[in-house]
Ligand binder design. Structure first.
Ligand SMILES: N[C@@H](CCC(=O)N[C@@H](CSCc1ccc([N+](=O)[O-])cc1)C(=O)NCC(=O)O)C(=O)O
Length: 210
């Protein structure tokens, strides 16, 4: 049965593959799983039909038969997790590390200008947020060293970590860590990534008449 995911009808990321449907597209492409896409408007995301799929009215969601999932981290195809039990557990560890430890300070930095843009403390807070991110970048860079992926072969842990690090594009932080910049570039060079990126970009181009 072909699964269906949801994605923005017109993504605010201008087709740059930063919205979280990109993670699901990439994972499905990695395992060669064809999928359908239901495009939803911001308005439709908050209506009952979508809220039945996603309690917060967000994207992405994943439907396959009577299975309905939300949370990009959970919608990772079993094919992307190693079959060996310990390696599989470590890949899940790295997924949580990306989503629970590395991504939160990055999202906080990204959101701050929108949420606290008019607050007097913002100017002082931005450097502090960047310092918190750099602590994690230091640790991740030291752990990755000159390895190709975080733990042996490419896994869901790497997919998530690459997508989380991409959220720093334009901040100049990842570029200060050559091994992390090369790690992200390796992820982006994967054929499955390119297919996923091009597919979500095509949606944006169609929506914007591009
Ligand atoms: N924890 C959830 C978070 C889902 C989420 O944040 N979805 C966002 C889109 S991806 C987050 C996102 C949005 C835009 C950009 N961008 O660069 O423009 C990047 C990422 C959404 O639906 N937002 C609409 C809403 O909340 O009403 C997951 O990982 O799936």
């Amino acid at each position: 049965m072909t699964p269906t995911i949801t994605a923005f009808e017109a993504s605010p990321d201008q087709g740059q593959g930063l919205a979280r449907d990109m993670r699901v597209r990439w994972a499905l492409e990695e395992v060669g799983q064809p999928y359908e896409v239901r495009l939803v408007s911001f308005k439709a995301m908050k209506l009952s039909a979508h809220l039945a799929r996603h309690p917060y009215g967000q994207i992405p969601t994943y439907e396959e038969g009577d299975l309905v999932l939300f949370e990009s981290g959970s919608i990772i195809h079993a094919g992307l997790l190693p079959s060996e039990a310990n390696a599989r557990a470590r890949a899940i560890t790295w997924m949580f590390a990306a989503l629970n430890t590395v991504e939160p300070p990055i999202v906080e930095l990204e959101q701050a200008p929108f949420v606290e843009g008019d607050k007097p403390w913002l100017e002082e807070r931005i450097p502090m947020l960047k310092d918190r991110i750099r602590v994690r970048m230091d640790q991740l860079s030291n752990r990755l060293g000159d390895a190709e992926w975080l733990d042996g072969d490419f896994s869901a842990g790497d997919l998530m970590m690459v997508m989380v690090l991409r959220r720093l594009e334009g901040d100049g932080i990842v570029e200060d860590y050559p091994n992390l910049a090369a790690y992200v570039a390796r992820g982006q060079a994967r054929p499955a990534y390119r297919r996923a990126y091009d597919a979500q970009l095509a949606v944006f181009k169609a929506a914007s008449g591009g």
